[in-house]
Design a protein around this ligand. Structure first.
Ligand code: PHE
Length: 372
């Protein structure tokens, strides 16, 4: 295995510094990728206007990974070897980051994911070692899943839970595990564990099995495309129980797919909400709306923060040397972001709070904030 850098990307670019964006711009989770790139572009504009890196501008090179793991590897390879970027933002989905990771590690190019929450993303489970070149600026799923478990047990008063997991997603499997452990620790019981895979469209047979177990809550840690259909079909089958999920619910498409009347008694954990009245959030919401004419979802806010953290690290490094950028990223401390204050620990993870959001008759409400 080569340990030496296969490229010298530090010399590339001349008077601009190239940063890559490997995102889900088409495919099953395209709203996630597009919101993220919007957030990054806003951060980029602000950073360059404020003087860039000693007067040098950062240039963004985007690559579409089509919401697919193999394509995420390809996009990463292209950004690193062809475009010669000095660092990469994204992907969104944990499975896609895990697919891009070997390219980052082998080529020694820092990768910062704004939103991948599975623990394996920054720590290799085989060795339990932190991955030197991989960073994230969002909380992780052992926390997110536990928040959902505590909310289900304590607030929704659920004693029996069903879990319906997307077997093709590291994110989904990790969240399911965290929920299960949190819920059973509290004294709750998991009465049904079922699985599907991304791109499935008919969930009725499995939902009928779940219905027979009569759970008090159904936990569906998955992405909006499948979740929207699951919610719609569950309600059609007369399952009226609360349906709880995670950040994967955060897309305007969820309402479109599930429909207004089905999207009731639905709760999910998330990273941030536009309904947070703090000045830092409201200032960001205004800037984003002015630029794009739409509300910034969590993906946009998370990517805005991740981009700023990376750009500041490049500035601290002083030169676009990936090794120095990596070291500056690892030292990130007290960065005041829109989604919270970011200090990276030895596992390259920050500690941040979560919010719980609630849908009733298609209307979204901010329910509560949960501190770690
Ligand atoms: N946390 C998800 C993952 O790891 C991605 C995601 C983040 C989706 C935020 C929506 C909002 O795959």
């Amino acid at each position: 295995q080569p340990t030496a850098k296969s490229q010298d990307n530090s010399a590339a670019g001349g008077d601009v510094i190239k940063v890559g964006a490997n995102y889900e711009l088409t495919g099953g989770i395209a709203t996630f990728g597009n919101s993220s790139v919007n957030g990054i572009k806003l951060a980029l504009e602000e950073f360059n206007q404020a003087g860039g890196v000693n007067g040098k501008k950062i240039e963004l090179v985007t690559a579409d990974n089509k919401s697919d793991a193999a394509e995420a590897t390809n996009a990463m390879t292209k950004l690193v070897t062809q475009d010669k970027v000095v660092a990469v933002l994204g992907p969104v989905a944990s499975s896609n980051v895990l697919a891009a990771e070997p390219v980052a590690t082998q080529n020694q190019i820092p990768l910062v994911t704004s939103s991948a929450t599975n623990p394996k993303v920054t720590v290799d489970p085989a060795t339990n070692k932190t991955r030197d070149w991989i960073f994230r600026t969002c909380f992780i799923d052992p926390f997110q899943g536990d928040v959902a478990a505590r909310f289900s047990f304590n607030d929704l008063k659920a004693k029996k839970a069903a879990i319906y997991v997307d077997q093709s997603s590291d994110y989904s499997k990790g969240l399911a595990e965290a929920f299960k452990s949190g819920f059973t620790k509290l004294g709750g019981e998991i009465v049904s564990e079922e699985a599907f895979v991304a791109k499935d469209t008919d969930f009725k047979a499995t939902l009928t099995k779940i219905k027979a177990k009569n759970p008090d809550v159904i936990y569906v840690p998955a992405y909006y495309e499948e979740v929207g259909k699951i919610i719609r079909q569950a309600r059609e089958l007369g399952l009226t129980q609360p349906i709880v999920g995670g950040d994967g619910f955060d897309s305007p498409k969820l309402l479109e797919i599930a429909g207004k009347s089905a999207l009731t008694n639905v709760f999910f954990t998330n990273h941030y909400t536009t309904m947070d009245t703090s000045p830092v959030v409201q200032e960001f919401v205004k800037k984003y709306k002015d630029k794009y004419g739409q509300e910034p979802d969590a993906l946009a806010a998370l990517a805005y923060d991740a981009a700023k953290v990376l750009f500041e690290a490049i500035k601290t490094a002083g030169t676009p040397d990936p090794v120095k950028i990596k070291d500056a990223l690892a030292a990130t401390k007290d960065f005041k972001g829109v989604t919270g204050t970011i200090t990276l620990d030895a596992q390259h993870n920050p500690v941040k709070s979560a919010v719980i959001m609630e849908y009733n008759n298609g209307a979204l409400k901010f329910r509560t904030r949960v501190e770690p």
